[in-house]
Design a protein around this ligand. Structure first.
Ligand code: NDP
Ligand code: 8X3
Length: 251
């Protein structure tokens, strides 16, 4: 039977590349995000017109919306084999005393609470079937803290802890839990972080060859294609020019 993958945050960047990768690997895919037009454009890019892709248009910060979206799926599509918790963002890069509370709330509500909401909605079916794989997109920022990263790093440290906790709690149900923790990936990430300031966003990648979204999608594909008895706990992948969260080499 064709396996089903649900990818959150599939309108852009890593999620979009991952949805394409999973689809081309033979999965039926459920793609989610707030920007409906981008979900539609992804469908026209990947689907051959068969019933192989379902878009769910909701804000992951809203538990009711998450639940309604999941419940709107046909019953056979609710049997999700792989959940890829990718939706997330950084908002702002300020020292703690100057941090903007709206930014803090957006990050905490999306990166931590949204991930928890959608996971708790999806896992009962996985537990019942004693089968499933959850892949959480963390970050190198979930392993190392950098200047002005404070709350974003905290949100990704939380993803790291939640990943480890899920792995323990879901072990009796034969559910694999993995993380992928990238360094710099050129997506809409920096544009979102700097509230649409393109110059600041472009500066992040100046003099460096960052990862691209496909690099991360390939790591995810590796994780989900391991044999039944193998789980990869975490893949930390960075651009060659990024030695750590705080040390880059720029041309
Ligand atoms: P993008 O900004 O390109 O993509 C982010 C995705 O998350 C979009 O599809 C967006 O969809 C979705 N999203 C954001 N907020 C919400 C929300 N409230 N409800 C539903 N969906 C939401 O960034 P990336 O692809 O780079 O980021 C993907 C993940 O990778 C994030 O968790 C990020 O923290 C992580 N990451 C990124 C790195 C990087 O350098 N780029 C490095 C390490 C980790 P929409 O706006 O349509 O709702
Ligand atoms: C995003 C990577 O290094 O910009 O999670 O924080 S970094």
């Amino acid at each position: 039977m064709t396996k089903i993958a649900l990818i959150t945050g599939a309108t852009s960047g890593i999620g979009r590349a991952t949805a394409k990768k999973m689809f081309s690997s033979g999965y039926k895919v459920i793609i989610t995000g707030r920007r409906k037009e981008l979900l539609d454009s992804l469908i026209s890019e990947i689907s051959t017109g068969n019933d192989l892709v379902i878009p769910l248009n909701f804000d992951i910060r809203n538990h009711d919306e998450c639940k309604k979206a999941f419940e709107s799926l046909p019953d056979d599509w609710k049997k999700i084999d792989v959940l890829i918790n990718n939706a997330g963002l950084a908002a702002g890069a300020d020292p703690i005393d100057k941090g903007n509370r709206d930014d803090w709330e957006r990050m905490i509500d999306t990166n931590i609470k949204g991930l928890l909401y959608i996971t708790q909605i999806v896992i009962p079916g996985m537990m019942e079937r004693k089968n499933g794989h959850i892949v959480n997109i963390g970050s190198i920022a979930g392993h190392e803290v950098y200047a002005n990263g404070n709350v974003y790093c905290a949100s990704k440290f939380a993803v790291n802890a939640i990943t480890k906790g899920m792995r323990i709690d879901l072990l009796p149900y034969n559910i694999k839990v993995s993380a992928v923790s990238p360094g710099m990936v050129e997506t809409e990430f920096s544009l979102v972080r700097y509230h649409g300031d393109k110059q600041k966003a472009d500066n992040v990648y100046k003099g460096i060859t960052p990862l691209n979204a496909e690099d991360v999608a390939e790591a995810i594909e590796f994780l989900v294609t391991r044999p039944k008895h193998v789980n990869v706990n975490d893949i930390i992948l960075v651009p060659t020019a990024q030695a750590s969260a705080v040390y880059n080499f720029r041309e």
